[in-house]
Design a protein around this ligand. Structure first.
Ligand code: FO1
Length: 318
């Protein structure tokens, strides 16, 4: 089967590791809302998290960046910050020494004029993720967060520097109006046998992929079943800041409410077995929903979850 997955970072990448064991032809449309330019380097955290996770290079502890990483460059930058007394260097963002190689290579190819989709394919030639990884767009986009006081900051500043502790009131994919889907993205959606929304953040991961003009429309028009996995278990995000993001856009943090948030796109939805009530209510609302174990504790449980997604898709088709 041809399966197209709209994936964010850690949750999406872990889901993909389980899905890959089932042996299908997988295309991943990655999120570029987290992308940021720091120290002149274009950083694409979610693309790299998928690539490193599936390529066996991810830090198991952090879930982002490289395993066996050192941070000597970051610490040395810290020495310049301390000595200069300025606070204009983004030393709050930790690029590891090994990870820097990826960023230097990406910067080199960007400077040569290569599009991000070509660069991503070249980086993946080393990591062999076993999926086709596409950026959502080759155009520069990035999520900006409006804070309660009205100030707008980059998503990474809100998440990493401010620890998402400052309430947000909105999210916008800056650059989206001039962006178009990367080559292969619309074909991967139109040609899919199943389109999957994995347990990624519905606002700043899947939401920002869908915000690239043409992608939401392509998913909505897809003849294939569109099935999703709730990123919310028991009223809380599995990881990350989905609760703060959902609150900002007025959506309750529940498996039920996130399904309704995607309602115009979804044909099927998986919730955790502890949220069976949500599945019952969704079935009453007319959406095919099922309660299964959602915790991706190891590769076996994750593969079973991915299998449940494909079973649900087959049931939708019938
Ligand atoms: N997350 C952090 O909490 N602190 C960091 O210093 C940090 C650095 C970093 C570098 C490269 C990369 O690919 C990811 C990095 N992340 C870091 C993770 C990232 O900020 C977010 O977790 C994702 O963008 C959310 O999906």
């Amino acid at each position: 089967m041809r399966i197209t997955v709209l994936a964010g970072g850690i949750g999406g990448a872990r889901f993909l590791a389980g899905l890959r064991t089932l042996g299908h032809d997988i295309t991943v449309i990655g999120n570029n809302g987290d992308d940021v330019t720091l120290f002149g380097l274009r950083i694409c955290p979610d693309l790299d998290t998928v690539m490193y996770t599936l390529g066996g290079g991810i830090s198991a502890d952090r879930g982002w960046g490289r395993e066996d990483e050192t941070f000597r460059v970051r610490d040395d930058i810290g020495a310049y910050v301390a000595a200069s007394g300025t606070d204009d260097l983004p030393s709050w963002f930790g690029l590891g020494d090994l990870d820097l190689a990826t960023h230097l290579v990406r910067a080199h190819w960007l400077a040569e004029g290569l599009p991000l989709s070509v660069i991503t394919a070249r980086l993946c030639a080393r990591w062999e993720p076993g999926v086709r990884l596409l950026p959502s767009t080759d155009d520069p986009v990035e999520t900006h967060v409006t804070l309660a006081a009205g100030e707008r900051v980059h998503f990474q500043e809100w998440w990493v520097r401010l620890h998402a502790a400052v309430p947000a009131t909105g999210f916008e994919l800056a650059g989206a109006s001039g962006a178009s889907p990367a080559p292969g993205v619309l074909d991967a959606i139109a040609g899919a046998d199943v389109v999957v929304l994995p347990p990624s953040n519905p606002v700043v991961s899947v939401g920002t992929i869908l915000a690239v003009p043409g992608i939401r429309e392509a998913v909505a028009a897809s003849a294939a079943p569109v099935v999703g996995v709730s990123p919310i278990i028991g009223g809380a995000p599995v990881r990350g800041m989905a609760d703060a993001c959902l609150a900002a856009i007025g959506v309750e943090t529940s498996a039920y409410a996130v399904a309704h948030h995607y309602r115009d796109l979804l044909d099927g939805w998986l919730v955790d077995e502890t949220d069976k009530d949500d599945a019952d209510r969704l079935n009453e609302d007319g959406l095919l929903a099922r309660a299964v174990p959602l915790w991706m504790t190891d590769l076996d449980t994750t593969a079973r979850l991915a299998g449940a997604v494909l079973t649900l898709a087959a049931d939708v088709r019938q």
